[in-house]
Design a protein around this ligand. Sequence first.
Ligand SMILES: Nc1nc2c(c(=O)[nH]1)N[C@H]1C(S)=C(S)[C@@H](COP(=O)(O)OP(=O)(O)OC[C@H]3O[C@@H](n4cnc5c(=O)[nH]c(N)nc54)[C@H](O)[C@@H]3O)O[C@H]1N2
Ligand SMILES: Nc1nc2c(c(=O)[nH]1)N[C@H]1C(S)=C(S)[C@@H](COP(=O)(O)OP(=O)(O)OC[C@H]3O[C@@H](n4cnc5c(=O)[nH]c(N)nc54)[C@H](O)[C@@H]3O)O[C@H]1N2
Ligand SMILES: [Mo]
Length: 688
Amino acid sequence: MARLHYEGGRLTRVQPASGSPFNLGQMCIKGLCAPEIMYHPSRLLKPLKQTGERGSGKWREVSWDEALGEIASRLDRIRKESGPETIAIGQGTGRHHFMHVIRFANSLGTPNWYEPGMANCLLPRITVSRLTYGGYPVADYYGEVAPRTILFWGHNPVVTGPDGELSFPVKKALRSGSFGIAVDPRRSETARRCAMWLPVRPGTDAALALAMINVIMDERLYDREFVENWTVGFDRLKEHVAAMSPRWAAEITSVPAADIAAAARRYALEKPSVLEWGVAVEQSANSLQTVRALAILRGLTGNIDIPGADILGMNIIRPYPTLKNTLPSDSNKKRMGFDQFKLLAGFRSSMPTAHIPTLFSAMLTGEPYPIRALLIFGSNPLVTVADSHMVDKALRKLEFLVATDLFMTPTAALADYVLPAAFWPEVNQLVELPYVAENAVLVQKKTAQVGECRQDEEIMIDLARRLDLPGSEQGLEEILDYRLEALGKSFKDLEGGTVIFPPHEYRKFEKEGFHTPSGKVELYSRAIERLGYDPLPTYREPAESYAASPELAEKFPYVLTTGSRRKEFFHSEHRQIESLRSRRPDPIAEIPPGIAGKHGISDGDRIWISTPRGKIVMKARVSAEIVAGVVNIEHGWWFPEKEGPEFGLWESNANVLTSSRPPFDPAFGSYQLRGLLCAVERVDEAGD
Ligand SMILES: Nc1nc2c(c(=O)[nH]1)N[C@H]1C(S)=C(S)[C@@H](COP(=O)(O)OP(=O)(O)OC[C@H]3O[C@@H](n4cnc5c(=O)[nH]c(N)nc54)[C@H](O)[C@@H]3O)O[C@H]1N2
Ligand SMILES: Nc1nc2c(c(=O)[nH]1)N[C@H]1C(S)=C(S)[C@@H](COP(=O)(O)OP(=O)(O)OC[C@H]3O[C@@H](n4cnc5c(=O)[nH]c(N)nc54)[C@H](O)[C@@H]3O)O[C@H]1N2
Ligand SMILES: [Mo]
């Protein structure tokens, strides 16, 4: 929540709004830099058409009418010739237009929209929560009772926010006496503020969570009354985890058995407790079962929808009208990954979306059927999707590529058309905070116009009208009004900056039960069993590891984890923003002293990091606060200051090292981004 100052129509300063319960009068550094981003000299201001070969960097400015006219006619031809499913729609992480992309894809008749998070970000947490308790829980920092224990699991909200609003209440809770436990291979900014740190080997979180369940069962630390009245499957779960002792997990995870037991006792007994789970628990090929084991911790201890614990969402406004009924059932079945990844792409998914590796492989090979065109709204898949070399080949194979963005990126540089997107002060939207639980809603109104930039939703609405798609008569304001109808308000009536935040209603389950088939918390999930997946959580060793692939481990002896966020950047963004980049000019790899010593690496040296997929260069930071044998690298790096179309894409991009091949998580199709094998070498040793 921000206050925007304008002088002569130009945004000059952004300040945190006072009086908001979410940011507590503070603001993240990227928000404060908004004017610099908004008026940056390299910001895209007009639609561009590539006039040479794609990737040639020869552009001509065109009018919106010319650009959207040609895009509409190309899409029209493709959908008539080979079916709308051969057109894919891509988008980036949860921005204002997130739900509108789904609406646009549904009305166009294509099941193939994607977002580079989804299988690897948030969808497993949302879906598993719905299957386990019938809703998505978020921490209750805003009520009268403060959490006594906060268990941060693969999550660093002091830096990451997600997405912006959480870091301040978390810091406040830890300052005011909540007991923090952090499960993280590094002593992260959050872990440093915690009383306990469990340094876990990347990719082994499920084993740790199962051992905590084992302790809770063994020592009878569960909430007896809650378990009896409000859960199903307790006995089966108890039997299932009987052998999964802290000693068993200590071998796998490298966390001492006594610490595992101590963390379980704290979380279960020092209630109310919050489980702050982060994206790290989903970025593995065992995401379903890892997230399930964690979800069960809340259920067993009754830390659900009570004051100061994790609370279930209230759905204050209507869901975004995504027109999902306009997509015929047959088209749904054509979604990439539909048969295989049932909780991602199938009918039981809470937000059916295409499986990215399957989709990009279809662009490349034409199997199971060709993908001819891709429209991207705010994503940079060459940098953010696994296996950048494969993504590059796939994008170049497309017949037609359109990218909408604030800046020219390595992905946009390959497009036929690049469209200039509006930045957040230039859009109208209803922001749901916390994003998925919808317990609070912020009204944001457009206060500026830069160049000819347009809000993504408006671009899609214009295209939908040109293609005469169902629902295209409805404009953005009508959609926002429809969502607000339940409150008896219209978007026009509400002032920008308004926060709708009704008091939370706790223990809704006592009135209406949990919204699961049994009406209770499903420790044992029949719904998951019916889909052909394990109804009780299990541990699976990462495919690349000492135990699972010892030969590979000889050549690539270290454990690689990627992507822990930095304050200054949002994924692949902001590398051209001077105030932010000057604070972090180089891509950093954190390594422990053991690895540094073995390879003669000193702090600040440039090092090669390699996997069977490729190698990249980063600057070493030697840190004693990271698990022995683990290399932690930043993701999202490219160099806007270098020459296009590549902009130094192949130098330090973490996803050159990651894989888009199986194994995938059987239900979500998630791929391993945390817990791979790698080798490390000083750059001069390699003769460069
Ligand atoms: N190795 C590795 N890879 C990862 C991750 C990891 O941890 N490790 N994390 C993954 C996760 S969780 C996610 S969510 C994805 C994120 O992946 P992406 O969403 O692809 O990442 P961004 O860099 O945020 O790309 C956003 C692009 O959108 C542009 N943009 C910003 N605002 C707008 C807007 O309003 N409209 C439009 N049209 N464009 C806009 C930006 O300039 C930028 O080029 O990355 C994933 N990739
Ligand atoms: N500044 C900034 N904020 C962001 C973003 C950004 O790019 N920049 N991205 C946004 C998005 S889309 C997302 S998804 C969220 C993600 O935000 P978080 O969920 O907080 O995720 P990360 O910071 O990626 O990682 C959290 C922690 O996981 C640890 N970790 C690495 N591997 C493992 C592992 O195998 N197990 C465990 N237990 N921990 C591991 C890392 O060391 C890190 O401290 O952040 C959002 N907020
Ligand atoms: Mo994400």
